[in-house]
Design a protein around this ligand. Structure first.
Ligand SMILES: [Zn+2]
Length: 83
């Protein structure tokens, strides 16, 4: 009998930017490398997919260049609530 590896290849982590303080940088959920969405050099991550809604960035899917995890960023559209 063959043993199958338990780790899924397409594991995707989700980061909600509204829960992040500061400039939006966050550690990779798997390897802990700091990923900054403002870093356009793409040294620590590669942009896999961007989803735009009403001309605004709604969702970003990145791949960590260190551990190759896919990370889904949500929460770009943080509309202030009217009180
Ligand atoms: Zn990583």
């Amino acid at each position: 009998m063959m043993k199958k590896p338990a780790v899924k290849k397409d594991m995707t982590y989700t980061i909600d930017l509204t829960t992040i303080d500061g400039d939006g940088a966050f550690p990779c959920p798997k390897c802990g490398v700091i990923i900054s969405p403002d870093d356009e050099t793409e040294e620590t991550y590669t942009i896999v997919e961007t989803k735009v809604k009403n001309d605004e960035l709604a969702e970003l899917i990145l791949m960590c260049n260190n551990c190759r995890s896919k990370i889904r960023l949500i929460g770009f559209l943080s509309q202030p609530k009217e009180s």
